[in-house]
Design a protein around this ligand. Structure first.
Ligand code: NOJ
Length: 530
């Protein structure tokens, strides 16, 4: 569909599928590839261009597939390679592309490489991972902590050494310093690309190159992500990956920019860098450091959220490109964060859709947002399944301290489980889905809405998000009420015009006036002329 245009990925709309909970075709309680195949028409009809599958590879599922035991095998719970081939062909037949999750900062401890590596110090796979001797007192080599609680090192008695895991102890970090490991990864990437897969979303890509001295955190920086991310060889590794693999395919690449700040982004995605096409940041993600499970951060205000978008647009400029999102499998539902599922489900879900699909960047929709799915309500800790939650519960000694209620309240705000519940499929017409569909069609008609500049009209306004999108030939105006109250927005004089057309909204069409009255969560999209 986009093959004539080398920048097709800038105009694409990505839809993220978390296979475990997307659609369960055989009623065994686990979503599967057949379930996705059965919904391909639904996805095509929605109008999305690229399907991103969260990991669908063989895995013991300590971290729901982000712990991969065999990169070239399909998870039996999800189906077979034949099912995968059918899914890929089915997506292609419908004009959609399919990208996979490339999780190569770490593997599962059940991966053959790690099973070999842990056998002996001279095993040929030993150096595929990061091993260090214990300190004289038996303690870990340094004070680094895992993102999933506790030390980032686990002792393996068999060879009397610690191995590094920035995530769970069942997710040992791969040693990218080792050229043989890198070649194995490139070979695996070619395996999928040669099958016809259209690219990769790259898990925690900024973590591949490690801080080389393995020293303790500097004073005052305990637990600071910046200390591990963007290591000294990261760009060399990504340029090598590009040269060895990516440049030979017309594929899409999006890096998960965990630890990448706005000013660093163009080092990954600048046009001449020959690394990645786009990156997505964590600046508006829900903070989930371990202590947040007892003390969650307040939600971002609208002004803060706008500031983050503006900062990234400015940092990328005309050089790099980003992937934008409001929700994914690592965040609670956007409807529960910024919308109002109880009173204004349709209005607020549609308003959030409007922003995501009219901001600058390649949007990723998260499965179920088009169905108006909100957070769950957990009443017991045992209902949560995420490894991060379980580890935090133990490490923080929640039960021992009698803090279950406080912990549960935090989980009801920040846990990843919210986004991982099975989708509530229903065959009845769905107004939110229809809204998404129309908005996607609209976006595709306009070069300003895809590639144009984005100018925020009132960065400090905490109730209304208003901005223009502009290309050489078009100008659009988006005005959204982020609240459940009526709001008034005064249009700046330079945008007063006799000639405007209402193009989209979640209430009845209304002409553009210099003073815009907005109903609860109202979204308005106008095209301006003259
Ligand atoms: C980021 C993924 O999105 C998340 O789900 C996972 O737990 C970590 N990386 C570790 O792979």
């Amino acid at each position: 569909m986009f093959s004539m245009n080398s920048n097709w990925w800038k105009e694409a709309i990505i839809y993220q599928i978390y296979p475990r909970s997307f659609n369960d075709s055989n009623a065994d309680g686990v979503g599967d590839l057949r379930g996705i195949i059965n919904r391909l028409d639904y996805l095509q009809n929605l109008g999305v261009d690229v399907l991103w599958l969260s990991p669908c590879f063989a895995s013991p599922n300590v971290d729901n597939g982000y712990d991969i035991a065999d990169y070239e095998a399909i998870m039996p719970d999800f189906g077979t390679m034949t099912d995968f081939d059918e899914l890929l062909a089915g997506a292609h037949e419908r004009g959609m592309k399919l990208i996979l999750d490339l999780v190569v900062n770490h593997s599962s401890d059940q991966h053959r490489w790690f099973q070999e590596a842990r056998k002996s110090k001279d095993n040929p796979y030993r150096d595929y991972y990061i091993w260090k001797p214990a300190n004289a007192d038996g303690s870990p080599p340094n004070n680094w902590i895992s993102f999933f609680s506790g030390p980032a090192w686990t002792f393996d008695a068999q060879t009397d050494a610690y191995y590094l895991h920035l995530f769970a102890k069942q997710q040992p970090d791969l040693n990218w310093e080792n050229p043989a490991l890198r070649q194995e990864i490139y070979k695996m990437m070619r395996f999928w690309l040669n099958k016809g897969v259209d690219g990769f979303r790259m898990d925690v890509i900024a973590l591949l190159s490690k801080e080389p001295t393995f020293a303790d955190y500097p004073e005052g920086q305990f637990g600071n992500l910046a200390y591990y991310a963007n290591g000294p060889r990261i760009h060399e590794f990504l340029q090598e990956m590009h040269q060895e693999v990516l440049q030979h395919y017309n594929c899409l690449t999006v890096g998960e920019g965990f630890g990448v700040a706005a000013h660093q982004a163009n080092l990954y995605v600048g046009q001449d860098r020959r690394e990645l096409q786009m990156i997505y940041h964590f600046d508006h993600a829900v903070p989930r450091d371990e202590f947040r499970f007892l003390d969650p951060a307040p939600e971002f205000t609208l002004a803060e959220l706008k500031g983050i978008f503006a900062q990234w647009n400015a940092a990328l400029g005309n050089d790099g490109w980003q992937n934008i999102y409001f929700g994914n499998h690592d965040n609670p539902r956007v409807l529960s964060r910024f919308g109002n599922a109880a009173q204004y489900r349709y209005e607020s879900a549609a308003m959030l859709a409007t922003i995501l699909l009219t901001q600058r960047g390649t949007p990723s929709l998260y499965q179920g947002d088009e169905l108006g799915v909100a957070n769950r309500h957990f009443t017991q800790v045992a209902q949560l399944d995420d490894v991060q939650v379980k580890n935090a519960y133990q490490n923080l000694k929640v039960a021992e301290q009698g803090l279950d209620e406080q912990f549960l309240a935090a989980c009801n705000r920040i846990a990843r489980d919210h986004a991982r519940a099975p989708l509530p499929w229903q065959d009845a017409p769905n107004a939110i889905y229809d809204y998404y569909r129309q908005l996607i069609q609209l976006r595709k008609t306009s070069n300003a809405l895809t590639l144009g500049h984005c100018v925020d009209l009132d960065l400090n306004n905490n109730e209304v998000w208003a901005y223009t999108r502009q290309s050489e030939s078009e100008q659009w105006l988006v005005v959204c009420n982020f609240t459940a109250q009526r709001q008034v927005f005064e249009l700046p004089p330079h945008l007063h015009t006799e000639k405007s057309v209402w193009r989209m909204g979640n209430y009845a069409p209304v002409g553009l006036r210099p003073t815009i009255g907005l109903k609860p969560y109202e979204a308005l999209v106008y095209q301006l002329f003259g």
